[in-house]
Design a binder for this molecule. Sequence first.
Ligand code: NDP
Length: 318
Amino acid sequence: MSNNIEHIECLIVGSGPAGYTAAIYAARADMKPVMYAGMQPGGQLTITTDVENYPGYPEGIMGPEMMELFRKQAERFGTDIRYGMITSVDFSGKPPYKLIADETHEIHAETVIIATGASAKWLGIPSEEKLNGRGVSACAVCDGFFFRGKDVAIVGAGDTACEEASYLAKICNKVYMIVRRDEFRASKAMQNRVLATPNIEVLFNSETDEILGENKVEGARIKNRVTGEMRQLEISGFFVAIGHQPNTSIFKDYLTMDETGYLITIPGTSKTNIEGVFACGDAQDKVYRQAVTAAGSGCMAALDAERYIAAKGDESSN
Ligand code: NDP
């Protein structure tokens, strides 16, 4: 462990739209933020192609390029961005809180903004990885548009899969929904919406044996789990909607989370159950999960952190 303990006012953990936006606001408020950008700086947008629904880019922009611009803007105002991980935290007692970066460097932070995001779950078959970004996607709202008028498939049976299947059905010619059991997990209302949509065909008891295509998705081989029968679908897009995993495990001893690990904030704020610790972006949002909502919540976290520091200053001067 290095002996050089670093004392800072604001530590931002994570570097997607939420983290960078928090950094822009915190840096402009002179909080001298330090950001640990993680192993994949830019987060989930770096594995997306075109982003066409973020306001301000009328022609669209590639996800990685957009994150590069966010990074430059955060740096322009003096954010100290480091490529590494926060590997442990101690939120016991009062701030400053002790955090360890890359298992060696000790940081004491007056405020911590958590923007660690979430990761889409994948099926884990080789063809899915090979064709990722070439017709395989984990975000219908981001990528559905590219399959306008085409046939696509979506895997999953939860609320997300139903919502995304309904979304795709409006854009695409036909949507095959691949459900592994003989029933949905989604709420009745969402199920009913799917079942009432004429161009969605639900394949129950089904699993994906292989996604077909060399350089782009051209089909999928689906196995019936009861009969063993194989069926080949002619599709151009393959969507995976089997849930997300928020990247919050290092906070589990301190922060209130729901049963799947999403951080719980006080409604209308970014405040967690620990004073001086704020959460934004997908780490605390399982409903909207958009770049623009993540960015908005990053702004909230920085403003909450700034006001928290200001209120503490007022208390100590009284
Ligand atoms: P869920 O965990 O609810 O559902 C995941 C689905 O994926 C399940 O149907 C599961 O099948 C299936 N699945 C998991 N692994 C595999 C696999 N390897 N192969 C095939 N299928 C698989 O995730 P969601 O993202 O749908 O929802 C997360 C939370 O967010 C839920 O609480 C949901 O209610 C909420 N939400 C609410 C919305 C709203 O209210 N508008 C919109 C979106 C989400 P199985 O059922 O067999 O386990």
